[in-house]
Design a protein around this ligand. Structure first.
Ligand code: ATP
Length: 503
């Protein structure tokens, strides 16, 4: 697993997808740059989301709000008081942990024990094995699951009640029963705010303390009335946005999974109070459908319903994806009630209500939100699609099986050799196709090596121009995934490529 993940990171660098920020200065922790192919892939994911959410929904519109927001925004949203991670340091190893993440690691150990028992029993009983029955009756397994449940509940309660001493006590107890860190010498748990502070204005006394936004959602809430009025939107309706967000993450490992500067794609759906259950279920299903439409395999997704709810939510679920390091959150669907609008109304003194002509009454709308990290989605797609394929003849190839719609380069045009007029014809084809697709010209090395290079870069189609092309204006079209080749007329290339890569 760890090797797979290392391969993902080095491939991302080698093929111009993702590199460390400021690499020549040895980088900056948890900050990354997207290189030429990464920028294209990221843009394509962003567009794929935008089309599904905005273009295909008559009642959803998109905005682009500023990163800087009035500081009172973050009072109203709860981020000044509640956007904290509980931190704990280990005095022996000098390592810093997020207390909740550490506790989840203990629970994961218990769950691993359960899986071991399940595997053992499944082997013994073969086809007759009933997993449900086994985990609900086997005494050892039942005990592990009860323990896991008790730990999570106790953690949720203690964090909710800000009982940080109990969080520490829990970690100390767990370190004895199922050690994770290997040492027992802990500091107290402290709350650490994740927002980056900065200043607006030059003079010392008039400068205003600001935060870089930790989520894009608030830019939507403060614009709720502007958009509703100018767009004459009727409830239910949604406002979508894609943009940068910043969090001073403590546990910032795992490549672009957890960054300090990242991009979110969020949609706030404004609804009648009381209808939140229906819309929450609707968006859970719709978002899962969007993920499945990319064809990365149903078995790689699952829902995780939250017990520990954030300060704004009355229900929350994650869509988890099977990353190289296990199932982890990719997207969140949150039922936020009227928490945000009601608070902005309170702090700003401005009415943020909606007049519902059907009910003939004013109310503060409720909100169901879908929130996905663009970079995390990038990692999901990239890591899943990077495959080492056994070709059966003793050879392997590295292939990046990106869905055509997301691939940075849709087709590479390759003259078989660098003379006899083949480069000229290849360039003519390129100059025609480039108006509709991102295409690339490649003439260096033998054609087999060029195919491999394009496979590894994720290009779904290669077009090879040879001597026959000069005579009958046909070319070889080679497919990345099947490696199949077909002879096609040059004037059909546009429609053939379109069929494979258009949305
Ligand atoms: P986590 O529990 O992983 O810290 P979260 O629950 O705080 O995430 P939300 O606040 O719900 O995340 O943010 C919505 C989405 O934004 C997440 O599902 C994730 O895809 C993305 N996201 C959040 N924090 C980061 C980050 N530091 N780097 C990259 N993406 C992030």
């Amino acid at each position: 697993q760890e090797d797979d993940f290392k391969r993902v990171i080095s491939h991302a660098k080698e093929y111009g997808y993702v590199v460390q920020s400021s690499e020549i200065y040895d980088g900056l922790s948890a900050v990354y740059d997207y290189a030429q192919n990464g920028a294209e892939l990221k843009k394509n994911i962003r567009e794929y989301w935008w089309r599904a959410m905005v273009q295909l929904h008559e009642n959803i519109v998109g905005i682009d709000a500023a990163i800087f927001m009035h500081p009172t925004t973050w009072k109203a949203s709860g981020h000044v008081d509640a956007f904290n991670d509980p931190l704990i340091d280990n005095k022996d190893s000098k390592k810093r942990y997020r207390a909740d993440v550490l506790i989840e690691d203990y629970v994961a150990k218990l769950e691993a024990k359960v899986e071991k028992e399940v595997d053992k029993a499944a082997k013994r009983f073969g086809d007759a094995f009933d997993r449900e029955q086994f985990v609900s009756t086997h005494p050892r397994v039942v005990k592990y699951l009860e323990q896991a449940d008790t730990i999570i509940k106790r953690m949720a309660r203690s964090l909710e009640q800000e009982d940080l001493a109990d969080v520490k006590a829990l970690i100390e107890e767990l370190e004895i029963t199922c050690p994770v860190s290997g040492s027992r010498n802990w500091t107290d748990v402290k709350q650490f705010n994740l927002m980056f502070g900065t200043k607006l204005g030059a003079s010392a006394d008039s400068a205003m303390d600001l935060y870089l936004r930790p989520e894009t959602a608030q830019g939507i809430f403060v614009n709720f009335l502007n958009v509703q009025k100018s767009g004459r939107m009727k409830i239910p309706f949604g406002i979508a946005q894609v943009g940068k967000a910043f969090r001073n993450e403590i546990v910032a490992r795992q490549f672009i999974f957890r960054m300090r500067e990242f991009e979110q794609m969020e949609m706030q759906f404004f609804i009648r109070p009381g209808e939140q259950k229906k819309w929450y279920e609707h968006w859970k299903a719709a978002r899962m459908q969007w993920h499945l439409s990319l064809g990365l395999g149903e078995e790689n997704y699952r829902f995780h319903d939250h017990e520990k709810l954030a300060h704004y939510a009355d229900a929350a679920a994650d869509i988890e994806f099977r990353f190289p390091f296990g199932f982890k959150e990719l997207e969140g669907i949150h039922s936020r009630t009227d928490f945000d609008l009601a608070n902005h109304e309170k702090y700003s003194g401005k009415k943020l209500q909606y007049f519902d002509p059907e009910l003939n009454e004013h109310y503060t709308p409720y909100v169901v939100e879908t929130s996905i990290g663009l970079d995390r989605m990038f990692l999901a797609v990239f890591s899943h699609c990077l495959q080492e394929e056994d070709l059966g003849d003793g050879n392997t190839r590295t292939v990046l099986r990106l869905p055509g719609v997301l691939a940075p380069t849709k087709a590479a045009i390759l003259p078989l050799i660098k003379r006899d007029g083949l480069p000229e014809l290849a360039r003519e084809i390129l100059d025609d196709l480039k108006w509709d697709f991102n295409v690339q010209y490649d003439e260096k090395d033998a054609v087999g090596r060029r195919y491999r290079r394009q496979d590894a870069a994720g290009t779904p189609i290669c077009i090879t121009v040879d001597h026959q092309s000069l005579e009958d204006r046909t070319v070889t079209l080679r497919h990345r995934d099947s490696m199949e080749q077909e002879r096609v007329p040059i004037d059909q290339l546009g429609s053939l490529i379109g069929r494979e890569v258009d949305m």
